[in-house]
Design a protein around this ligand. Structure first.
Ligand SMILES: Cc1cc2nc3c(=O)[nH]c(=O)nc-3n(C[C@H](O)[C@H](O)[C@H](O)COP(=O)(O)OP(=O)(O)OC[C@H]3O[C@@H](n4cnc5c(N)ncnc54)[C@H](O)[C@@H]3O)c2cc1C
Length: 261
């Protein structure tokens, strides 16, 4: 780890003022600190968000569920508001990592990092979410731009995510037995005007499964496997296996929400 200065602002305004030069936001530190320790990432200034309690809120507002960027996974998993509005989202958060990860990891850190096997990105895509930041709002469809890449600019702070409240939602994943990251995860949301499907883990970045959406929305045959030219393959699972798992997870998610498939 190389030397850096640490800043712990009390307000969002102070945080934005403290972000200067070669800086990074620090949420729970679950990804950032190991990356700094191994010198994959070196910064001169860390702006710690842990005192920004205003970014921890969870609120059901009309037809959307607002979750603050600093909401820990455990808070989403146990929130009565989330359980009432989108119970499948609480289940998703409760399936992230282990208790240590859930107690420190945050929604904002997860989607800023955008690991291709992270769970939340599939949910944001299926739930047609809006990502609120210090500079405006990104639709989830435009926000996720491939492996570890997002629409965020340097110094742009995520403040909250607004999930559209669906008629039904479920996320099914085959998790890696050690990390619990998704080998393949599929999120399905049913709205009055049709289904949206998000996939994570199976390709180099989270994406909408438009072929599955078209089948669901037209009553056509569901795809048995995920067909994509950028399927992920590594020591944990081949591309062919991940494509197959995505098809199985799609069926599980649909069965959980009682949608035909
Ligand atoms: C052992 C282990 C197992 C895990 N298993 C899973 C799993 O099963 N599923 C899963 O989805 N995830 C998993 N994770 C990831 C975990 O859920 C964390 O969310 C993720 O590591 C990000 O950590 P963090 O929230 O502490 O953010 P940090 O590590 O503090 O930050 C991560 C990145 O996001 C940036 N950032 C943080 N907050 C903001 C913000 N508000 N605005 C803009 N940028 C911001 C930081 O600058 C940094 O670049 C696992 C992690 C570990 C270590």
């Amino acid at each position: 780890m190389t030397p850096f200065s640490l800043h712990r602002p009390d307000t969002v305004e102070q945080a934005l003022a403290a972000f200067a030069g070669d800086a990074a936001w620090l949420a729970g530190g679950h990804t950032l600190i190991p990356a700094m320790k191994s010198r994959l990432r070196q910064v001169e200034r860390l702006v710690d968000l842990s005192k920004l309690h205003a970014l921890e809120g969870i609120e059901h507002m009309g037809d959307s569920l607002l979750v603050g960027a600093m909401a820990r996974h455990v808070s989403v998993a146990t929130s009565p508001v989330v359980k009432a509005a989108i119970p499948g989202l609480a289940l998703l958060a409760g399936g992230i990592g282990d208790p240590q990860v859930r107690n420190k990891g945050t929604l904002g850190g997860s989607i800023a990092n955008n690991d291709p096997a992270a769970d939340y990105p599939a949910a944001l895509l299926a739930l047609n979410a809006l990502v609120d930041t210090s500079r405006g709002t990104h639709a989830a469809d435009d926000y996720f731009q491939g492996m570890f890449t997002t629409a965020l600019e340097d110094g742009e702070l995520i403040t909250a995510v607004r999930f559209a409240v669906p008629l039904a939602f479920h996320y099914a994943k085959i998790r890696h037995p050690a990390s619990r990251y998704a080998l393949a995860g599929v999120a399905v949301a049913r709205f009055a005007d049709g289904h949206r499907v998000g996939v994570t883990g199976a390709t180099s970045g989270a994406l909408r499964w438009t072929q599955a959406e078209a089948a669901l929305n037209s009553g056509g045959a569901l795809p048995a496997v995920l067909v994509h030219d950028d399927l992920a393959a590594d020591i944990h699972a081949s591309a062919q296996y991940r494509a197959h798992l995505a098809g199985v997870m799609l069926k599980q998610a649909l069965a959980a929400i009682g949608s035909a498939g």
